[in-house]
Design a protein around this ligand. Structure first.
Ligand SMILES: Nc1nc2c(c(=O)[nH]1)N[C@H]1C(S)=C(S)[C@@H](COP(=O)(O)OP(=O)(O)OC[C@H]3O[C@@H](n4cnc5c(N)ncnc54)[C@H](O)[C@@H]3O)O[C@H]1N2
Ligand code: MOO
Length: 427
């Protein structure tokens, strides 16, 4: 049974209840950026794998130099040299030192490193004797085996997103192949007989299809692989056929347009004709009211408003979390940020939650939102560029300057420059 008129939260819940992670694959760490781990990862080796020097200097016995002073330095006999990647086979005896470089294993018998600066030998690499001018404590300038990561320790959890630090972490314990979730393939189908492709000149009554490209970017940003389908006329059979063709190769489908109440708003019927069912229609939000969620061959189908800005807000609220859940994120939903309303928007309160495009800046140590004073209409797309997110004004709620509101971020708030406060320029 199709539900009609959900709250934003109910809609998110219904979608998140439905979506599941896709299957996993094994890939090389070098290709793993932005993938999500499908298993917990453990260290099979300690890091560092041996006690090593953190300084260039001399491996010594701390007890030998405990009374060293610049006036009464302690003289030690140099027994060779060890660089990073080498191993000294000399066992250090009292009164001895081994020249050692950063990263080299500590020779047996040594328990500290005296860096060159506290010796007289920095510039005499072949000196047979050196003088140590200051005492060192036991363990000084030594990084001990397993100090960073112990063998057997869990280094990353299933559901973790692999970024640069995680790639390094996997590599440092010698992992070359990781099991990650495949990136979900998200089909994009724009509908409407007014749409023309970018390779054609404009014709009367026609517009360029921009939604497909907007979604291509959003899907990539959220960890999916966009699969752009040929746009279709808003005619039930044509749309249903396109959906049936697409479903076997995608993990989910996003359509745009055709979800309102016009004569050509055929999406709901087309989903059903393609063998699917509509789970819900209409969300208590503007823009993007006619958002529709359906399932076809047990895969999620997101019916976004055709109006570019309405579709964008629909995607941020409903598609983002779903793609992340399919991509295996352990926390797919990003919580909205509480921001201070720095400028009161001139909008009548309505019976729906309103999502307004806003510049969001850091000023006086807090995130402040400046809703755009122009270009908030659902059909205006140019103002989607350059904003940091959408703020939410709840239904039937008056807001005033200084109130806290929710912000759905597209990018990090920008630091405000005193002389170029956003929101100042208006049309
Ligand atoms: N009588 C009513 N009419 C409308 C209502 C309503 O409640 N009663 N709701 C309005 C609202 S709100 C919205 S939002 C739109 C949603 O309509 P659809 O989602 O069915 O979208 P379309 O009608 O197909 O297109 C709307 C608009 O967007 C343009 N469009 C569509 N696809 C693309 C694309 N791929 N790239 C760029 N632009 C696109 C399309 O040409 C239209 O101008 O319905 C209102 N009507
Ligand atoms: O709900 Mo329509 O969402 O854009 O104006």
């Amino acid at each position: 049974m199709m539900r009609v008129g959900l709250s934003v939260e109910e809609a998110i819940q219904a979608i998140m209840d439905y979506v599941k992670p896709v299957n996993s694959i094994e890939i090389h760490v070098k290709d793993a950026f932005n993938y999500v781990l499908a298993e917990d990862m453990y260290a099979s080796v300690p890091v560092p794998p041996f006690d090593r020097s953190m300084m260039d200097g001399f491996a010594i016995r701390a007890e030998d130099v405990q009374h060293a002073t610049p006036e009464h330095p302690v003289k030690l006999r140099v027994q060779g040299r060890v660089g990073a990647g080498e191993v000294s086979d000399h066992i250090l005896m009292p009164g001895e030192a081994i020249r050692i470089m950063t990263g080299a294993p500590i020779p047996r018998g040594a328990n500290a490193v005296a860096r060159f600066e506290i010796t007289d030998a920095q510039h005499s690499p072949d000196a047979e004797h050196i003088a140590v001018l200051l005492p060192v404590r036991e363990g000084e300038s030594i990084s001990v085996k397993g100090e960073d990561i112990q063998a057997g320790a869990k280094i990353l959890e299933k559901g973790a997103v692999i970024g640069a630090a995680e790639m390094a972490l996997l590599a440092t314990v010698g992992v070359s192949k990781v099991t990650v979730y495949r990136k979900p393939i998200i089909g994009v189908l724009s509908s409407g007989r007014e749409l023309i492709g970018l390779e054609h000149p404009l014709a009367p009554g026609k517009i360029y299809n921009s939604n497909s490209y907007m979604l291509s970017g959003l899907i990539s940003a959220w960890g999916g692989i966009p699969y752009l389908l040929e746009q279709v006329d808003d005619e039930v059979n044509a749309v249903a056929e396109a959906i049936q063709m697409a479903m076997p190769v995608v993990d989910a489908l996003v359509t745009t347009g055709g979800v309102s109440v016009g004569d050509y708003d055929v999406m709901r019927e087309a989903y059903q004709q393609a063998g699917g069912q509509v789970e819900f229609w209409k969300v208590n939000m503007r823009p993007g009211t006619p958002f529709t969620f359906a399932t076809v061959v047990e895969k999620p189908v997101f019916g976004l408003s055709g109006n570019p800005a309405a579709g964008y807000v629909n995607a941020v609220l409903f598609l983002q979390g779903a793609i992340r859940a399919m991509a295996g994120y352990s926390e797919p939903l990003s919580k909205p940020l509480q921001v201070v309303l720095a400028d009161v928007p001139e909008w009548k309160t309505i019976g729906m939650d309103r999502f307004l495009r806003a510049r969001i800046v850091i000023e006086e140590g807090r995130a402040a939102a400046y809703p755009l004073a122009y270009g908030q209409s659902a059909g205006i797309m140019s103002t989607l560029s350059g904003i940091q997110g959408f703020i939410r004004i709840l239904a039937r709620t008056e807001v005033k300057q200084g109130d806290l509101v929710e912000a759905y971020l597209l990018e990090m708030p920008i630091p405000a420059l005193n002389n170029t406060l956003p929101g100042g320029e208006q049309e």
